[in-house]
Design a protein around this ligand. Structure first.
Ligand code: HEM
Length: 123
């Protein structure tokens, strides 16, 4: 169950740590970083944290933009594609490995993010 996933990842403290570490890692990636050049990074980190908290079952309310709407202009104007989505998934996998998360939990997290693939890419 989703709420169990949130707890297994260490609840608020654990998920905040994962969200921060993820964001540090994706900014190091040459393929991903250019998309964030004109973005308020502090705010982006907060938004990602809010979404992950919601997606992992820690909060039943998500008040951010839908992921479709948040990424439409990136797809249409900046060429956001499956290549970038794959890099984001690889980045989350690496982040969780560095955090010492078990393989089973990593699979659960990646399945949740994969569920958003078509939504984010508009495919
Ligand atoms: C697992 C995949 C992804 C998730 C869960 C995710 C999540 C989010 C969230 C929650 C937001 C903020 C929405 C809001 O404004 O309320 C956002 C915005 C954004 N995302 Fe993603 N994202 C993903 C993939 C990507 C990829 C692959 C890229 C580019 C390489 C990307 C680039 C951006 C950028 C640049 C923004 C800021 C848009 C703006 O403020 O105009 N995202 N994303």
């Amino acid at each position: 169950m989703k709420s169990e996933l949130y707890d297994k990842l260490g609840a608020k403290q654990g998920v905040n740590k994962i969200a921060h570490h993820f964001y540090v890692n994706f900014l190091k990636d040459d393929l991903l970083r250019p998309f964030f050049e004109n973005i308020d990074l502090k705010q982006q980190e907060r938004k990602m944290n809010a979404f992950l908290t919601y997606a992992f079952g820690g909060n039943s309310l998500y008040t951010g933009k839908t992921l479709r709407r948040a990424h439409t202009s990136l797809v249409e104007d900046q060429g956001l594609s499956a290549l970038h989505f794959d890099a984001m998934i690889a980045c989350m996998t690496m982040t969780l490995k560095e955090e010492g998360t078990s393989e089973d939990l990593i699979k659960e997290v990646i399945a949740i993010l994969e569920y958003q693939r078509n939504n984010i890419l508009g495919t």
